[in-house]
Ligand binder design. Structure first.
Ligand SMILES: [Zn+2]
Length: 216
């Protein structure tokens, strides 16, 4: 909330492993301790119906899908439960631009603070559509400054998709989970933070260890 009491839409973004879910949970803790009432949302979180951070914290959260309407949900919540002061929205890069528009409307017309947390760019180094809309609409844009590093020690700024050990730069924007079943044999997928150079060269932590560049 701003000093003049107006609600605001805040976009907190960073790379993988930059601590965004940890900050989302910390903010929720601080606000609820101060007597404010909030709701937590996520999409495609690795922990299911929760906002979870890699350092072990987790809180239950509503899991939304592409058809979810934030405005209706907030209005219904207020009818049933009364007051609502803020929303914490994690994995917001996966939200549709329409859903981000809904978040802005909730701020402007319903006076609810919205903090959205997410990754800015995808494995192709392009903005996620939801992240782009948040850059366009947010009252404040906060780049999270936790130093997440490539294996080489340089600043990690690319969220690489690694399929069967190889960095890939084409494919659908959203692909979550450890395996996909296509025409070929199931593939193992994970995401890894790399510097721009090693993302371009396709050198993962495992490759570096195999070449003796890095002790795994
Ligand atoms: Zn590197």
């Amino acid at each position: 909330m701003t000093r003049n009491g107006r609600a605001e839409l805040v976009w907190c973004y960073g790379t993988m492993d930059c601590g965004k879910s940890t900050l989302a949970l910390q903010n929720d803790f601080n606000y609820s301790n101060a007597g404010r009432r909030g709701l937590l949302f996520t999409m495609h979180d690795r922990a299911g119906a929760a906002i979870s951070s890699r350092i072990g914290l987790a809180r239950p959260a509503a899991v939304i899908d592409a058809g979810f309407d934030f405005v209706t949900a907030v209005e219904e919540h207020r009818l049933r439960r009364g007051r609502l002061d803020y929303l914490i929205c994690d994995e917001a890069q996966f939200y549709s631009p329409t859903q981000v528009d809904q978040l802005a409307l909730i701020v402007d017309e319903l006076g609810v603070d919205v903090e959205a947390f997410g990754i800015a760019t995808d494995f192709q180094s392009r903005l996620f559509p939801g992240s782009q809309r948040l850059f366009e609409l947010a009252d404040r844009r906060v780049e999270l400054q936790v130093a997440a590093l490539c294996w080489c020690g340089a600043a990690g700024n690319q969220n690489a998709r690694v399929v069967d050990g190889k960095v890939v730069r084409e494919g659908s924007t959203v692909l979550v989970g450890d395996t996909v079943h296509g025409d070929a044999a199931p593939a193992e997928i994970h995401y890894e933070l790399l510097c721009r150079r090693h993302w371009r060269l396709g050198v993962t932590r495992t490759h570096a260890a195999q070449q003796g560049l890095f002790p795994l």
